[in-house]
Ligand binder design. Sequence first.
Ligand SMILES: [Zn+2]
Length: 342
Amino acid sequence: MSQLLEFTSSGIYCPIADVYIDPWRPVDRAIITHAHADHARIGNRSYLAHNDSVPLLKHMLGEYISIEGVEYNQPFYINGVQFSLHPAGHILGSAQVRVEYKGEVWVVTGDFKLVDDKISQPFEPIKCDVLITDSTFGLPIFEWQPQEIVFEDINNWWLENSENDNLSVVIGYTLGKTQRLLHHLERSIGPVYAHGSIETVNKVLRKQGINIPTVEKLDMNKPLERNSLVLAMPSIIYSPLIKDLSPCSIAAASGWMSLRGARNTPNIDKGFVLSDHADWHQLIQSVKETGARKIYLTSSGYSSAFSRWLEENGYDVTEVETKFTGEIKEIEETLGVGVDSF
Ligand SMILES: [Zn+2]
């Protein structure tokens, strides 16, 4: 008998409903957990996602995609299979997918974090029999500090730079990380600028009523005050723009900054450990709270240590290859090297 959810060459598949979750090859029907490029790909005939993801997905994939939006905790049925989306706390609109058929419940977490970023709806643990979970940071060394401490460090670094007439550049993912940073910057230190592609995403979010603090769009034709902070995406490192911004101090904000090798690469001057994923303890907590005994780990990060921990604690665990890249792509773009080289 086939499983309720299967792992195919196109992605996570529900054969009874004939629907895929975050497929990486074009399919007829796709449920999308969130609007990051490794989970939401172009070319599917129809999309379904949380209502808050719909404007973002249209912005990313095209205004004319066929897409349906649903609320959290709102069940819908496909061929007798019950589906519902539940908050994943990763970015705005991010959802876990709950799938129920004949009393059996599976949950796909997608990317998730337990920390409340005040922008996305906070993560809710969902009871299930089988859990398919992200495990990007599945090593005990990944242990996030309270976000208030990280933001204080970032603001202190910015203040110190501004006192030394040094421009500050912070690199982070265009959707999620930068808005989270924006909410916590101490604006009395100096002006904040955002790269054009970040401000475009900010506009999509503001249009749907999300409170995103205003920032100046970066315009290199205008001189920047030396106490400014510029928010930019990883690819800026390799663009001529970075020379135009120099002299400046460049910081990256990512979970991978826990690794000394990542912090010490020449492309950046400073690393702040700030992740939109769960750390080691949060991964364990989230698995325990589901009550599931069968766990599938989808990760391109450090899943093997987490897999061992689960096995030793009596779980039936399987690691699954996927095309999800999580924060890895972000940081590899910034540093110019693979995280496995640290
Ligand atoms: Zn993501």
